[in-house]
Design a protein. Sequence first.
Length: 408
Amino acid sequence: MDVRTHFPALDRQVYGKPLIYFDNAATAQRPDTVLALQQRLCVEANGNIHRAVHKLSADATDFYEAGREAVRRYLNAPGRENVIFTSGTTAAINLVATCFTARYVAPGDRILISEAEHHSNLVPWQLACERAGAKLEVLPVDEAGELSVAALEARLAAAEGRIKLVAVTHISNVLGIVNPVQEIVATAHRHGVPVLLDGAQGIVHEPVDVQALDCDFYAFSGHKVYAPTGIGVLYGKTRYLNEMPPYMGGGEMIDQVTFEKTTYAPLPLKFEAGTQNYVAAACMAPALEMARQMAEDAALQANLDAMRDYLLEELGRIEGLRIYGTPREAAHKIPLFSFTVEGAFPSDLAQILDKMGIALRSGHMCAEPLLRRYGQTSMLRASLAPYNTMAECETFVKSLRRAVDMLR
Ligand SMILES: Cc1ncc(COP(=O)(O)O)c(C=O)c1O
């Protein structure tokens, strides 16, 4: 497929240079199908969902629910009730941190996360543990950035039932390592502990089948998988979603309201209080369709692997450059490279490269404890999507060498 023709943002120039967009792990660009649906809904079906009987409202509701059905199919979730729309990964994890903890976590209990978590899968658990009088435990990663399933097993055995949930990232946004989530879920389940997977990066790079994975919760954001910002998904098993209390109260999440008592709407609406971002939710359908087409395109996938291998080799040749996240098996690494270069500040390099038309991420990557583990407070990150090219990788390496030379 001629993928670049579907992403108009890639054609633009910045500072007179052709854009090389290597910040896909932060936000991906949107395909023409998503842009067209966004525009169309704002013109043809801008009415509040699930409410009025008029045509615009009915159409908007149909599009919203079609977005949900597209997500359900993409994740192979058993039913519509298992797919909750949120504003993003952060909101989805906060929902579970608040409602799961309220229902199942008592003083003295523990929540286990990994050392490689984005702040979105760390701070909500700190807050929830504080509220519940529980303790947050952290499973370390090794120098390569890998998690040990044996260490998880030992930790769960030693906790003697006090760990109530394991919350780990599917793919780290810093290390680019695909965690052994299937084994993590199976191990936790052997100890009767449910698992939440932060899929913000995972949904983009691997087909996800929540029933095959058997995870209890899976959270992701639309904007990283070619949909607009302001929409995200929480997949949850029915049992937990039914037993957990609602998150926010308001319109749409109720069954009946009196001053004395309110009863709640059935799933998934119980967790969808207030007017939802129905345009963005509807856009999940074309966004996931594009993701599926790109995932099934063998040439695009081979190119992603080739770009990953090329960058691993060429970046490694730059003196003083260190890459973080180097799994023993190359297949466990996605084309996402966080690195530092001795004698050059990441933000300085990012600024110079920006002027050369290359968009990278620099800073703490929303994972301060992980960076600290490697003795860093800031890194530079290049994260690729299927629409990136080998020619862009070559330009990037040349430009990075020039930028490093300017600073040293
Ligand atoms: C692994 C991971 N988790 C969570 C998030 C938070 O996503 P959002 O800001 O869309 O809620 C991100 C975003 O960078 C991420 O990479």
